[in-house]
Design a protein around this ligand. Structure first.
Ligand code: AMP
Length: 294
């Protein structure tokens, strides 16, 4: 396992890999799995998918301070670098790229990366500046590592959709793969932030998948999007979740489905994205699931 601590080191490593071998026709293909560390089975599923599809796997571990609401929230984010390295080694990862904040976020940076519309709803209004910060760092990671493919989780549906759009809009040569959400046995989507919950809070987190399940049932029964949103919110609030949003969205455009579901969900091919975000104490969790009319 190569541990790359600086941008020049990562550049040297990936460009050496990329150079085609003298005899064979093609160079090594590189997969990038961007993470903020505190790795769990969700991250490992992305790594395994990358391992199957590319010759070399690079995992980046970088807690981007700019994508948090406050420096306190960033400081609270769980970190477990030594254990992360052990897991990467076990999964046959080729290199971990773990740059410093100073390296990745030099000041002043006068260039911003903003993906319009797709960031207008869901987490966008609740986390001002978050998606611009994510887009900027991910674009920088792509430029430094020059991967052939990059892997993202459907758990962060809006993020994956935004990155896919950015890659298309800017003609990036990287292919974006989106992998399914990995859940705990009780249905809760795995997240590094679950480590910050106590036992009681962790139990209450089951309200998140429960709200999504309820949305699926109601959509099938023909309920309106408004009613579905309200019932999702009730399921969350019954467990003391402070809700940021709960409702149905168009999975492509990420706009809320407001009117009767019959019309709008059928335009979206009978599919809707049920999505929720909220706080249990000081910890913000999100979850989503595609739901179908039939
Ligand atoms: P994070 O470290 O939370 O920024 O996540 C890094 C990547 O792992 C992102 O693409 C996430 O969407 C993905 N990821 C996080 N949790 C899960 C999960 N439970 N299942 C699948 N992918 C996940």
């Amino acid at each position: 396992l190569n541990i790359l601590r600086t941008i020049p080191a990562a550049r040297r490593y990936t460009s050496r890999l990329r150079r085609p071998p003298r005899r064979a026709g093609r160079g090594t293909t590189i997969a990038l799995v961007p993470t903020m560390g505190a790795l769990h089975e969700g991250h490992l599923s992305l790594i395994r998918c990358a391992r199957r599809e590319a010759d070399a796997v690079v995992v980046s571990i970088f807690v981007n301070p700019l994508q948090f609401g406050s420096s306190r929230e960033a400081a609270r984010y769980p970190r477990s670098f030594a254990e992360d390295l052990r897991r990467c080694r076990r999964e046959g990862v080729d290199a971990v790229f773990a740059p410093t904040v100073r390296d990745m976020c030099p000041r002043p940076s006068l260039t911003s990366v903003h993906v319009d519309r797709l960031t207008a709803h869901l987490c966008g209004p609740h986390r001002p500046g978050h998606f611009d910060a994510v887009a900027r760092v991910v674009l920088k990671l792509f430029n430094v590592c020059e991967p052939d493919t990059a892997y993202f989780g459907a758990k962060d549906f809006q993020q994956a959709r935004m990155i896919t759009q950015m890659a298309g809009d800017l003609n990036l040569r990287v292919a974006i793969r989106v992998c399914p959400t990995v859940r705990a046995a009780d249905g809760v989507a795995l997240s590094s932030r679950l480590r910050l919950l106590d036992e009681g809070e962790r139990r209450r987190a089951r309200a998140f998948p429960a709200a999504l399940h309820r949305a699926g049932q109601l959509l099938k029964s023909g309920a309106s999007a408004d009613r579905i949103g309200r019932e999702m919110q009730d399921v969350l609030e019954a467990q003391g979740v402070r809700v940021d949003y709960a409702g149905l969205y168009d999975p492509e455009r990420l706009q809320p489905l407001r009117r009767a579901v019959a019309g709008e969900a059928s335009r979206a091919g009978g599919r809707a994205l049920a999505a929720v975000a909220g706080w249990i104490g000081k910890v913000r969790l999100i979850d989503n699931r595609l739901v179908f009319r039939r």
